[in-house]
Design a protein around this ligand. Structure first.
Ligand code: ADP
Length: 283
């Protein structure tokens, strides 16, 4: 069984002015433990709504969601589910609760009833895992955006979840902060085996995932490896969706007749290598 499972999930919001609006229209997908999934799609396509189903913050109106086999609709399992799946949101300022970094990180484990000696260990380990240990006695509000977001992530990590769901965690950060957060997320996935579901608008972030799921109007449009998904440039463009810059460059060169260049280039390195080969052949 997949670790996170959505089976024909339907969900509607009651929007006073518009009545009931169906936002998830029968979503079925399975995510395995240790996966790094990027969730892409336009604003309003249902990404956040789906993500909130994975820690039982929202419950399906139709279909089922399972976390490690636990049915999210079962109230008696909710605590166990929330312990396993941590949610990181866009704005770090809304997620930081204490005036000292280490107190902030301790907040989650304290709420879980973890014994004090173990809390100390967890706080230190979590801060080290996001490379913020030396800031443990600092005031969170004085940190940069990227550092604050890493503290927010450490706060989740201290609860020892097996999955973190991040809803546009870099949207409010400058390029340096974005890079810091992405390096942290990649490290947590690769070195600690934490399952990652990352909602993002940045294609270069999606390329770091091992699976990309594109949502469109409450349904899954494409699901595959970054290479498979970004090879479908026409389909993505039909839906006004972006592709990584390297993919775009090769796509346009192919449109102009450079058919020797292979489809589905997703990284700058691969793009450079392909162009280099072509130039050498011509010279
Ligand atoms: P995405 O994350 O892809 O931008 P969302 O899941 O946030 O999409 O939103 C999907 C749709 O649901 C949008 O049309 C949005 O306006 C609507 N929506 C989201 N949250 C609420 C809410 N709390 N109440 C009513 N409608 C909502």
């Amino acid at each position: 069984m997949d670790y996170l499972q959505a089976q024909d999930v339907r969900f509607s919001y009651d929007q006073e002015e518009n009545g009931m609006i169906e936002v998830l229209k029968g979503v079925t997908l399975g995510i395995q433990k240790g996966d790094f999934v990027a969730l892409l799609g336009h604003n309003g396509s249902g990404k956040s709504t789906l993500a909130k189903h994975f820690n039982a913050l929202l419950l399906p109106n139709g279909g089922k969601v399972y976390v490690d086999g636990l049915d999210t609709i079962d109230e008696s399992l909710r605590f166990a589910i929330r312990k396993q799946v941590g949610l990181v949101l866009q704005n770090p300022d809304n997620q930081l609760v204490a005036s000292i970094v280490e107190e902030d990180i301790a907040f989650g484990p304290e709420n879980l009833g973890v014994p004090p000696a173990e809390i100390r260990q967890r706080v230190d380990a979590a801060l080290k895992s996001v490379d913020m240990y030396e800031y443990r006695e600092h005031a969170p509000h004085k940190l940069s955006g990227g550092q604050k977001q890493r503290i927010a992530i450490a706060g989740i990590i201290a609860m020892q979840p097996s999955t973190i769901v991040l809803d546009e965690p870099t949207a409010m950060l400058d390029p340096r902060g974005r890079q810091e957060v992405m390096e942290t997320v990649i490290k947590l996935n690769r070195e600690k085996g934490i399952t990652v579901v990352l909602i993002t608008h940045y294609m270069d972030e999606a390329v770091a995932a091992n699976r990309v799921i594109v949502m469109d109007k409450g349904s899954i449009l494409i699901d595959g490896t970054p290479q498979e998904v970004f090879s479908q440039v026409e389909l993505l463009k039909e839906h006004d969706l972006d592709v990584p810059q390297s993919t775009e460059l090769i796509y346009r060169l192919r449109e102009r007749g450079c058919h020797r260049l292979p489809d589905g280039m997703i990284t700058e390195e691969a793009c450079i290598a392909a162009l280099e080969l072509l130039l050498k052949e011509k010279s």
